[in-house]
Design a protein around this ligand. Sequence first.
Ligand SMILES: Nc1ncnc2c1ncn2[C@@H]1O[C@H](COP(=O)(O)OP(=O)(O)O)[C@@H](O)[C@H]1O
Ligand SMILES: [Mg+2]
Length: 236
Amino acid sequence: MLLEARDLHISYGDIRAVDGVSFMLRQGELVSIIGANGAGKSSILNGVMGIVPLNRGTISFEGTETTPLAAYQRARAGIRMVPERARVFPRLTVYENLMIGDYGLRKRLNLAKQIAWLHELFPILRDRNDQPANTLSGGEQQQLSIARALISDPKLLLVDEVSMGLMPKLVDQVFNLLRQLNRDHGLSILVVEQNAMASLKISHRAYVLETGTCVHEGKADELLEDPRVRQVYLGQ
Ligand SMILES: Nc1ncnc2c1ncn2[C@@H]1O[C@H](COP(=O)(O)OP(=O)(O)O)[C@@H](O)[C@H]1O
Ligand SMILES: [Mg+2]
């Protein structure tokens, strides 16, 4: 198992954001956690990344318990996150933003090759290499944020609501890209999303989160057919 989370509890003061959630992700899988705004999706990803502490529960990555590891150590172990709202540094150039993802963790030998690959995936980043990141559109900033996470050649990519604020056409584009990274490059990906339809379409398996608890789980194609899921999450 690449990632195994058991009985996660995360609170902010009295607010129980995550209340006993368990999930797993095998090497090479693309798994979604879908849920409404406030369901606890970002808290879960931040818990996996080590940005917020767990009140209870365990997370293991490649069989190693992550609790003692700080966020940078989890990054070094191969976990990278594309945070909610892209979070690029507005005044830094596209290239500088990209290089931040490298922060000295990788063997530098492959850096040129990695950048060439990212420029192939995201030609806009090559075209805008020297421009400040705040001159990019929202969709382009999402691409930069994904590229920044990929530069370190992660083993597991965590993706937080990449569809937020994007036009439907761009949502399809970015989800197709995630599918391509998973299929063609074998990248293991954990997506958290409000956009149930778009994320289920590209996922192998999914978990449905409601106010901090997991209420359904299964293969993505089965969840797409499930009448309860269709009614609540797909509006059908
Ligand atoms: N830093 C925080 N302080 C207090 N409450 C928070 C904080 N972050 C999230 N919450 C609360 O925790 C719950 C889950 O939030 P979040 O994990 O961001 O959900 P989602 O990503 O699914 O929208 C919400 O009720 C939210 O208001
Ligand atoms: Mg969120």
